[in-house]
Write a protein that binds this ligand. Structure first.
Ligand code: HEC
Ligand code: HEC
Ligand code: HEC
Ligand code: HEC
Ligand code: HEC
Ligand code: HEC
Ligand code: HEC
Length: 390
């Protein structure tokens, strides 16, 4: 009996040690800065890097000032965002009496469209009731929460897998809500999400400063088109169900070895714009009739938000007068065409899944997302021409 118990303990320690070893394989992006300064400097400006952080005054969007810090669920129930001794909290009040309160420990979302918040309860993570909705600069009820105050929505490793580089799970597979280590975390979609854990790479190059070829590191430049696409699709491919524990997939792996992928053809009108840039893009003629990948238009190390002219130049690398496949509406648009192909062919459309319920309203408000189905949108052309006539 004694031996049996000990055997189980040994097993548990083994798996703990394995997990700790896994965390030690990460070096963190600050380490990369020493040798890849330029990439580091631009990477830390990206929505990827900022998508999850340890909460602090600096990175919590939204206000805790009186008059701006509340969301009313009904005339006598509200949740307020408050600061006490440098720590931020969400606090529920009923008839002005304090009911429930929890600290804001982790931010999720760069805040481009919104930001939601998590708190630790022992080793479990829960989502807080209020989310900040950037387009309207307001606190709202967190998306998907019914219209009442909820403090107990568990956060799973699947959620963290898309919004961070590494969280160490400390509970056994299959048990939910899961337990996580509070210290062994790599926040953000950081370098090592796309290049793999890199402690060994750092160690090697520190000891071999004359080595000019990168060692012990994933180089996406060597990927096939499928590998390139899947390294983005894992998070930008909409809902896919995992078949292996979260955080096992690495850039370069076969996505279908880790997720059940629905291969039935989808009608583009039914693919939601939220989080499924992949599904939208692959339905486009551009994609089907060229070698297009996400990298055709996106530089993974840069914040390119709003750089519409740069994106338009990427269109024109394939569509130009010389190739005789330039825009058929070019006479109508005039000279300005070279600055903006995007608003007509990849318009911002309301997303069905990025929506929030604003205070006192029963119909949700949608955030707009950039459509990755590259096509002709006659209504958007009309809007564009009307706006640019003035
Ligand atoms: C001590 C210096 C050093 C550090 C620290 C370092 N690297 Fe490198 N890395 C190199 C050298 C040298 C190369 C090869 C030349 C080049 O591509 O710049 C390289 C190449 C790379 C490549 C391209 C791979 C290839 O085959 O060319 C990637 C990706 C990379 N490093 C990622 C990282 C990441 C991520 C970090 C931080 C976790 C990091 N590096 C930290 C020195 C370093
Ligand atoms: C681990 C998951 C993950 C992977 C892998 C990933 N992304 Fe993302 N990406 C995200 C998340 C999450 C956001 C939203 C960040 C936010 O605003 O909080 C995002 C945002 C973006 C944005 C919008 C940036 C902006 O300024 O709004 C672009 C573009 C993007 N990703 C491209 C890519 C490309 C290209 C790849 C593959 C090379 C890739 N992503 C791989 C999770 C991922
Ligand atoms: C969203 C995924 C993603 C993230 C995050 C990311 N990279 Fe990359 N990286 C790529 C891709 C894709 C390529 C290949 C295409 C390219 O060079 O732009 C690449 C290429 C590189 C290269 C080789 C460049 C070359 O010209 O050969 C280096 C070095 C590198 N990355 C370092 C880093 C470092 C350091 C960080 C963090 C500070 C980082 N990357 C973050 C996806 C990413
Ligand atoms: C399959 C990957 C995936 C999962 C799982 C996922 N997200 Fe996201 N999330 C994204 C991507 C990608 C974006 C960027 C917007 C887009 O492309 O739709 C995003 C956007 C967001 C944003 C808005 C960020 C901004 O500033 O624009 C928030 C907040 C967010 N997610 C929270 C969560 C939370 C909380 C969970 C878990 C309960 C979760 N997400 C699960 C991929 C994912
Ligand atoms: C890698 C090359 C490539 C890039 C980059 C590219 N396209 Fe295309 N695109 C094609 C090909 C090939 C076709 C199909 C044959 C054709 O119409 O020339 C196509 C088709 C189209 C069509 C017709 C769609 C339809 O359903 O009839 C439009 C509109 C279009 N592209 C606009 C754009 C815009 C706008 C961009 C930039 C956001 C862009 N393309 C980027 C290669 C590309
Ligand atoms: C033909 C060019 C092109 C290709 C290919 C492309 N994108 Fe984009 N992407 C854009 C443009 C243009 C924007 C809008 C930028 C802006 O408004 O600031 C954008 C925006 C985004 C955003 C931000 C979403 C939003 O609504 O703000 C994400 C996330 C993204 N792309 C991911 C991807 C992923 C993942 C792939 C590959 C599956 C991909 N893109 C392929 C052109 C492209
Ligand atoms: C004002 C909106 C608008 C702008 C800006 C615009 N387009 Fe178009 N584009 C259209 C419309 C509308 C059509 C369809 C015209 C027709 O069929 O008569 C079209 C047609 C096309 C086609 C041909 C599709 C086919 O049937 O083969 C391509 C390719 C294309 N555009 C690419 C571009 C590129 C590249 C840019 C930027 C340099 C651009 N467009 C800018 C509205 C626009």
């Amino acid at each position: 009996m004694f031996a049996f118990v000990q055997c189980i303990n040994n097993g548990a320690n083994d798996s703990k040690q394995k997990e700790n070893k896994k965390f030690k394989e990460y070096a963190g992006s600050l380490t990369c800065a020493k040798c890849h300064q330029k990439i580091y400097d631009s990477h830390i400006q990206t929505a990827h890097y900022l998508t999850s952080q340890k909460a602090s005054e600096k990175n919590i969007k939204g206000s805790s000032k009186d008059g701006e810090n509340k969301f009313f669920y009904s005339s006598n129930v509200d949740v307020a965002v408050e600061k006490h001794n440098d720590q931020f909290y969400q606090v529920e009040y009923k008839d002005a009496v304090k009911k429930m309160s929890a600290s804001i420990d982790i931010t999720v979302g760069s805040g481009k469209r919104g930001q939601t918040f998590l708190y630790w309860d022992k080793n479990k993570l829960f989502q807080l009731p209020l989310t900040y909705f950037t387009p309207l600069h307001q606190w709202t009820n967190s998306p998907g929460f019914s219209n009442r105050v909820i403090f107990r929505r568990p956060i799973t490793s699947r959620c963290l897998e898309c919004h961070s580089t590494y969280f160490q799970k400390t509970s056994n597979e299959g048990i939910e809500p899961e337990d996580f280590s509070k210290t062994n975390i790599v926040y953000g979609v950081d370098c090592e999400k796309c290049h793999g854990p890199a402690a060994q790479h750092v160690d090697f190059h520190e000891k071999n400063p004359n080595e000019k070829k990168g060692q012990y590191i994933i180089n996406p430049n060597l990927f096939t088109r499928k590998q390139q696409l899947e390294s983005c699709r894992v998070c930008h491919g909409g809902k896919i169900a995992k078949t292996k524990p979260s955080f096992s997939f690495q850039a370069g792996d076969n996505l279908s070895d880790y997720f059940a992928i629905d291969t039935t053809a989808k009608d583009v009108a039914n693919i939601d714009v939220h989080g499924n840039q992949y599904g939208m893009m692959v339905a486009s003629k551009c994609f089907k009739m060229s070698e297009m990948t996400c990298g055709t238009c996106h530089n993974p190390h840069e914040n390119e938000t709003g750089k519409i002219t740069t994106f338009s130049h990427h269109c024109m690398s394939c569509h130009n007068e010389a190739h005789n496949n330039f825009c058929k509406a070019k006479e109508m648009v005039g000279k300005q065409i070279i600055k903006n192909c995007i608003d007509c062919h990849m318009p911002e459309l309301p997303s069905k899944s990025v929506m929030v319920l604003l205070q006192g309203q029963s119909i949700p408000t949608f955030a707009s997302m950039r459509a990755h189905f590259i096509s002709i949108y006659p209504e958007e052309t009309k809007k564009f021409l009307a706006a640019n006539k003035k």
